[in-house]
Design a protein around this ligand. Sequence first.
Ligand code: ADQ
Length: 743
Amino acid sequence: MKRILLFILPILIIVAAAFTIFGIFQVRFEEEKLMDDLQRKARAVAESVELAARFAIVNNDLKIAARVVESFQGRERLQGCIIYDKDGQMLAITKRISNLQQEMRPYIKENLSSKAPRSSLEKLKDYSVYSYILPILDDENNALGFVEVIYDTSYVFTTLTELWRRLNTTLAILVVFIVITALFIQRQIFTLPVARLTDWFVHFQRGDIDKWHPIKEKGELGKLASEVEQLALGIRVARKTISEDAQFRLKKEETWTEVKLRDFVRAKLGENALFVVSNREPYIHTIDESSGASKCVRPASGVVTAIDPIMRACGGIWIAQGGGNADKKFVNTKNKLGVPPEDNRYILKRVWLTKEEEDGYYYGFSNEGLWPLCHITHTRPIFRENDWQFYKSVNEKFAESVLEELPAKNPFVFIQDYHFTLLPKMIKQKRPDATVALFWHIPWPNPEVFSICPYQEEILDGMLGADLIGFHIQYHCNNFLDTANRLLESRVDTEKFSITRVGKETFIRAFPISVDGYTNAASTIKIEQINKIKKEFELENKIIALGVDRIDYTKGILERILAVDRFLEKYPQYRGKFVFIQLAAPSRTHIKRYHDLMGEIDELIEKKNWKYLETDWKPIIYLKRHFSPEEILPFYKLADICIVSSLHDGMNLVAKEFVASKQDLNGVLILSKFTGAARELTDALPINPYSIEEFADTIKLAVEMPDEEKIKRMENMRRTISENNVYRWAADIITELTSLKKT
Ligand code: ADQ
């Protein structure tokens, strides 16, 4: 629109200016013509009555004078005629202008001494008139009297106004004509060729070969199109070659690495990109309101920790909510950007939500409803109808955003977590050829617990739109199969681990999630970084225990503090020697339960530190902020013990990160039985976080564990993690998905 205006506006301005100048000249000319005409007529009329008026004046015959002036009474434009004596006294006046009798118009007086005729435009009380005065002279050239002819000039004004009106109408018609012609030309030479080009790009981008057609544009646009066509061809060929090379290399590699996963995905998915959907975005742009500086942070989220390395390895598009206050500044017109910012490996597409949508869908239904429902931590789930409506509409919004990105054939869509239970069905309805997987990052409860959800049927129905649903552990898979069996009309096959509903089969599988190359990253940490932390927090010669969490009631942070306190109470020999560090990222702070929890943790830590105040030693160091992965690593490295005390957790990646970063094998992991990780990391010291006494004793066990045993346990756990890293997790899911497509 702006471009069209830029094109048309100058033309319109020139045309309008030319027309106005022409109009002014035309009107002036017309006006002069009319006035000339009037003068000629007035003179002729005055001269025609001169004789009769002379006779009447000379004989002082008022009757004749009256007769003369009355002959003008019926004429159309002529207003009237007046006969004066030599002193300017009115002898006779046409009746219809008799009101002029009242006043002695100044120009009459001025004319008494004049011997020549006089014409002028005169402004009377209410209107303008044209006056022509003809003196009547005797033989000695003395004035005997005067004849004045008065004309109404309003018709001059009316004629000129009419002329302007006609000129304006012509101008308006011309403007419309110019606009239509300009729009037509613009459409023919620009819009249509560009639309054809865009259409061509869309088909190329989606791999929609059937709808492809050669570009036939001519001129500069044609040259551009031809260059792009060459580039596009090159990309297609390169993609094919990469996928074939990948198949070849894959056969040679043993353990799962980033490179192996990349080859694997290329070999399996070929030219198709991977589409990931999650609520939390992997990179958030924020702006510091006081300094105005913007920065990009990776959020404290297990989902991001796990999926980001996969996307870095494979490329593709990750679609997530744009939640940072500077996010809009960093996207292109399609709301996309390359990430990581310093090394673009894949595309992040941001979806914008209104505050109401975020409140209802994210804080409300997802985190006050589904999150507590699935975690058995005795926090009551809250289901509000309003939140549910927003949850549905946001799922639809994401469905639209995903669908517009999908290639023409067989796309792979990998949906993350409980925020999108309705998305699989929405996508499948529009694109039955898409392979859709949903990974559930949190626990799945038993049917009794799930059955309190008022929207249970829609949720299960939406989820079963997926071809594959993954959970961390088999126990959650079993719970899900049980739930579908009891609460939904469906056929559950416990041999194949699948659920069939309305002819559509969904496979349920366990894929324990893991971490990536923490080991590699850990080796980049320098001893100086560790010493700096030790010095800052006076940790020299101390036994250090560490907790790293989002502040969430499922993570058992309060229980951990109580257990540390009980350990110090019960085993006073460790007072002054043992320090517990808690790194805690505030999370979901708009929800009251989370807000309250932050207050409770602050208060409890304050109280416990106060309790041991008699010495200068502080047993608990509480660092409440978001840390980058690079900042967390030195803490993992310096910690002797890592405490993971979740009351319930799908997996818990902190446990795995700690183990992966312990290259020196010098560390003990205390791990809640209620985490998914506890199933794999059987060499961790298990705890029931609700049993504070047992928990405190386990801390003692960890502190006193002989080095030999520590090393053995750590070796075992590290082996498990390196064999089952996150690349393997992704590869297992893709293997399962591609094998499903073949069946
Ligand atoms: P989360 O509940 O987010 O994940 P978790 O698996 O422990 O929990 O991952 C947390 C991540 O945040 C870790 O990578 C950790 O390093 C990071 N983190 C913690 N504290 C931080 C801080 N103060 N600053 C910055 N980063 C911090 C959900 C499920 C889990 C499941 C994961 C993955 O709840 O059970 O393991 O998804 O599936």
